[in-house]
Design a protein around this ligand. Structure first.
Ligand code: 1HN
Length: 346
């Protein structure tokens, strides 16, 4: 087409777009290259939240509002590339929840699945489906989709944990439901530790039949996870990228512990300098012990205990540790794998 014709063509196209736009119709060719990209084009950015920065704000929030008034007193960790959307990655939510001595967070249930990863304190509990779990630093606790849960802190110290939820995934499917029972806290009649006794000892009750995709075990105490990593470290060399890494599993099926969120704990041995790694599941890391660095996209995130950081989809990153570092992480890997989308490269 000659250059002289181009303005006429442009004007005709514009007029055409304007005409069809009124009926909610639009040309694919104007957006195709943005829709279908050669590699992931995530709005998620690498970022690190330092505990020393957020802890004073968590305490301040404790003076401004009660857990009861807030329903959940949480500071949301919003990815800088996703501000205003209550998400830490494109598909997952994260927040830091504070519960002060004597407080309760009232019962409710929702379609969203939640994980708690304990950062500070001990002695507060979460009640899941009629059973209490008293939580300690490094414990991983699951609140499965549509199970009643309330929290309380009968201890003398403030307790803080990270909440990880699949809120954006459930929102994508418009499948949200929420219910608040008339009772503020659940009646809990089973002994503490019953769930771990039933499902946390490589056995299960003979009559047990699983009905959902979530692990029937909902408490994974840190002591056991840490012990497993220690044993691995004694027995073998670390992986070149991720050191020693375990994934939490559903003990009955051997599958992921949660259907929408993959959860992991890894140890980077003292002096570890990892090789670059990338995968399509943007990953949220929470440090339990040790100090080190994550280098991603030209940025160095220097981490220590209780810090939280994010590595976005498909950006190569390396992990280094100055002393033995133990790091929890979670991502949407189970969903991507179920849909044949997940890729990794190293
Ligand atoms: C929720 O139910 C909790 O139960 C925490 O502690 C954070 C964020 C979004 C939606 C529901 C909780 C939440 C949440």
């Amino acid at each position: 087409m000659s250059a002289v014709m181009q303005p006429k063509v442009d004007a005709d196209r514009k007029a055409f777009y304007g005409k069809i736009d009124k009926s909610n119709v639009t040309p694919l060719w104007e957006v195709l290259h943005g829709l279908i990209t050669a590699t992931p084009n995530t709005p998620c950015k690498p970022y690190l939240w330092k505990w020393d920065t957020v802890w004073p704000w968590i305490q301040e929030a404790g003076q401004l509002i009660t857990a009861k008034e807030a329903e959940r007193r949480v500071l949301v960790l919003e990815n800088p590339g996703l501000r205003g959307q209550s998400r830490i990655t494109h598909s997952l939510y994260a927040g830091l929840q504070l519960i002060l001595p004597g407080e309760v967070a009232p019962a409710h249930r929702h379609s969203q699945s939640a994980l708690r990863f304990i950062l500070q304190g001990s002695g507060a509990y979460t009640a899941v489906d009629g059973e209490k779990v008293t939580m300690n630093v490094g414990d991983f606790v699951i609140t499965p989709s549509w199970t009643y849960h309330d929290h309380g802190n009968p201890s003398k110290e403030p307790m803080v944990w990270m909440d990880g939820l699949d809120v954006p995934i459930v929102e994508l499917f418009d499948a949200q439901f929420l219910e608040r029972p008339s009772m503020e806290t659940q009646h809990t009649d089973r002994d503490q530790g019953y769930n771990l006794a039933q499902f946390g000892n490589t056995m299960k009750p003979v009559e047990y039949k699983h009905k959902t995709h979530t692990s029937p075990l909902f408490w994974y105490p840190y002591e056991r996870t840490r012990g497993a990593l220690d044993a691995m470290k004694k027995a073998q060399d670390p992986h070149a990228c991720w050191g020693y890494k375990l994934q939490y599993t559903n003990p009955v099926t051997g599958d992921w512990a949660m259907p929408t969120i993959g959860t992991f704990m890894q140890m980077l041995p003292k002096g570890f300098k990892g090789k670059p790694y990338r995968s399509t599941d943007s990953t949220v890391y929470a440090v339990v012990e040790g100090k080190g660095r994550c280098s991603v996209n030209g940025e160095t995130l220097t981490f220590g205990p209780k810090d939280v950081f994010v590595c976005p989809s498909w950006m190569p990153y390396t992990l280094e540790a100055d002393d033995d570092a133990v790091i929890f992480s979670y991502s949407d890997r189970p969903v991507q794998q179920a849909l044949d989308l997940w890729r990794e490269q190293f």
